[in-house]
Design a protein around this ligand. Structure first.
Ligand SMILES: [Zn+2]
Ligand SMILES: [Zn+2]
Length: 138
C-alpha cells in the first residue's frame, strides 16, 4: 500500500475519533464514516488500523458483554491508561477511567497480597452507569 494512502486512512480515522470522544464504536462505524466521506477502504484495513492504534495506546479495546464484538474507545493523549482500571457500562458500553491515587494503593495491595501484577489495559470492570441505571428504574 502506498504511504499517502496509509496517512489518509490514519488521518480520517483520527477525525472520526475526535468527533466521537467518550463514545465507543466498532470497526463497522469507522468503515461507514469513511465510505460516507468517499474514502474507499476495506474493513480489514480498518481493523488493522484500529488494532495498531490500540497497541500504541490511542484506543482502548473492549468486548461487548452480550456478544463477542470488539469495541474501541479513544483515549486522550497522556491519559496513561496503562496505569489505571476502567469500568464499562454493560448497557451503553461507555468506558470510564478510574483515575486517582487509590489506584496505586489497589495496585500495591494486589501485588503484596497475591504477588500479582495487574494488566490494566487488558482488564475491564463491568457495571451499570448513572444514566442506564436511571433508565432501568423508570
Ligand atoms: Zn484510561
Ligand atoms: Zn450506561
Amino acid at each position: 500500500m502506498k504511504k499517502e494512502y496509509r496517512t489518509k486512512y490514519k488521518d480520517s480515522i483520527m477525525d472520526y475519533l475526535k468527533l466521537n470522544k467518550n463514545v465507543r464504536f466498532c470497526a463497522a462505524d469507522v468503515f461507514e464514516y469513511m465510505n460516507d466521506k468517499g474514502i474507499s477502504i476495506n474493513i480489514t484495513t480498518v481493523y488493522r488500523n484500529l488494532d495498531k492504534m490500540t497497541e500504541n495506546g490511542v484506543l482502548l479495546r473492549s468486548k461487548n458483554p452480550t456478544d463477542e464484538c470488539c469495541f474501541y474507545q479513544y483515549t486522550e493523549p497522556g491519559s496513561h491508561c496503562e496505569g489505571h482500571l476502567h469500568i464499562q457500562c454493560k448497557k451503553c458500553g461507555r468506558i470510564i477511567h478510574l483515575k486517582g491515587s487509590f489506584m496505586n494503593e489497589f495496585n500495591n495491595y494486589v501485588k503484596l497480597s497475591y504477588g500479582f501484577m495487574l494488566d490494566y489495559k487488558a482488564s475491564m470492570i463491568i457495571g451499570l452507569c448513572d444514566n442506564c441505571r436511571d433508565a432501568e428504574i423508570r
